[in-house]
Design a protein around this ligand. Sequence first.
Ligand code: CUA
Length: 318
Amino acid sequence: MKPPFPLFPPSASTVAVEMDLLYGFIVAVCAFFTVLVAALVVYFTIKYRRRHPDDVGADIHGSLSLELTWTFIPFVLSLVMFAWGASLFFRLATPPANAMELFVVGKQWMWKVQHPEGVREINEMHVPTGRPVRITLGSEDVLHDYSIPAFRVKMDAVPGKLTTLWFEATTPGRYHIFCAEYCGTKHSGMIGEVIVMHPQDYEVWLAGGRSTGTAAQNGERLFSDLACITCHKTDSTGRGPSLLGVFGSQVELASGQKVTADENYLRESIMNSQAKIVKGYQGIMPAFQGMVSEENLMQLIAYIKTLKPAEPASAPGK
Ligand code: CUA
């Protein structure tokens, strides 16, 4: 959609229009009250000016109805802003379950994008229209921020953890990607383009890209290259816990605490393996911080996600 005026970014995602409506509403409310207050200041200054040196102002002790009015109206208006903003925020914070997944790593000073099918890009990101896209975002060095104004989404890329953002593109075209967090000398050059394509064109593009195996396959290779496989066996005989079905499950720690094995849990367990020890195991795993890049880490996570829970041994019929 074309922007209402030249300085405004184009709208190319499902949330963009509603985001603009909310933004417009807040600007309109602020503008209305700014003009109203300024006009009344001028009007009252003129109307109630001192006309004679002996003039004495009326002695007014307040008005309950007036005070209630100017309390109640702003209260309602700010609650509307809060409820509307919160509902939009929750929608942006919860990616749909059927979203396709991309991995993005920020690094001084570029964006590296990895498709689950294995195709990789730098400072470009191809996505199809009409399909929610969930991005798992990491940083190789310092704080960056992945910002796509045409989609009205942005998210910090934080060193030491993974963050997510999602969008659904609506209009084919090329749109800016910015780094929106000052990250060093070439911060302003840390830019790129999202290329939104019709789904058929996207499939063609994807098939034509050079791929060195899917993200999960690369992860599987790393899993054996880094010798993870020698301890994390698929049964319970390994020195480390089996990883079958671990993603999304509840893991009980040595402390008795239970945590959900999400992306950040897996990340921490790889990079800083002593942080959380699984109950019944010893903290003998080396930390892979500095040995595994964020991109490789995302491949490992993609692989671990594919490890389905072991088939329950068929119980004797009862
Ligand atoms: Cu990366 Cu600014």
